[in-house]
Design a protein around this ligand. Sequence first.
Ligand code: NAP
Length: 301
Amino acid sequence: MLTGMQIAVIGGDARELEIITSLTELDAKLFLAGFEQLNRAFPGAVKEKIEDIPFHEMDAVILPASGTNEEGVVETIFSDERVVLTKDMLQAAPEHCTIYSGISNQYLNEITKKTNRKLVKLFERDDVAIYNSIPTAEGAIMIAIQNTDFTIHGSNVVVLGFGRVGMSVSRAFHRLGANTKVGARKSEHLARISEMGMTPFFLKDLKKVVRNADIVINTIPHLIITAAVIANMPSHTIIIDLASKPGGTDFRYAEKRGIKATLALGLPGMVAPKTAGQILANVLAKLLKEDVYQRKGNSSS
Ligand code: NAP
């Protein structure tokens, strides 16, 4: 339980509703900023303007997936007001107050560093990334279906990268009956791809491999689908780029060649906001409980 814990939840989307539900059920007291248009009450949670949150009492601050922008503005779909997290707010918080965010940027890094507050980037955690890879793979399937007039079953699918997303995406397409080739740069990854019943290849051979590709899915956050690679694709190939901005595709050249290429970001929150929220809620609940136990341990020793 999180009895006695006081937490500020600042901004967000449908995913935060799962987090709020879960943390109030665990008996934490929540202060919600950026939710005034939300027509729903949560027992144990109060809606406040961010300026009115008693930061000096907060044990944790929870930001949405996107964190803040470079001016400290927190995105929220439940408010028209400008919600800004400032350095002074964190400075006012107790020393043990931890800041949880999906990702970070220079602004958030700087205000947490200057105030010496711990920042946890949830999307960098393996558990969150692996759970999130499930709705991401489902989102990739959705985009493939929406953009093709043939079945995934029996089609030639090339997946680039064999990390947390690449593994789930390639397995999902393989199980739907696609002829799935997976490109990686480590020989142990090629061995695992082969063990999973798919066709492995080294990324250096990509130009050759795409010659008969129907769908190419990228998970590598570096330019990998270059103009030279795109030039080798059949004209009907579609590219689904899942890698974080700016993706790994030469989109300018793809457009010039008439190859359909989509940079599909934020799929978990888009295709399964409830699941995506529960993934974050479960991990947050675990981390906050650990935090409580650790502080209790420290205070009794
Ligand atoms: P990951 O576990 O770190 O995997 C990244 C993969 O890219 C690994 O196979 C890695 O190979 C490979 N790689 C990295 N740099 C490379 C390079 N220069 N050349 C060749 N291969 C390279 O990351 P992930 O969790 O799978 O996430 C992959 C991307 O998807 C990230 O950009 C992430 O932000 C994004 N993402 C998007 C969505 C969405 O909704 N679109 C959802 C979740 C994540 P090695 O193992 O050899 O290093």
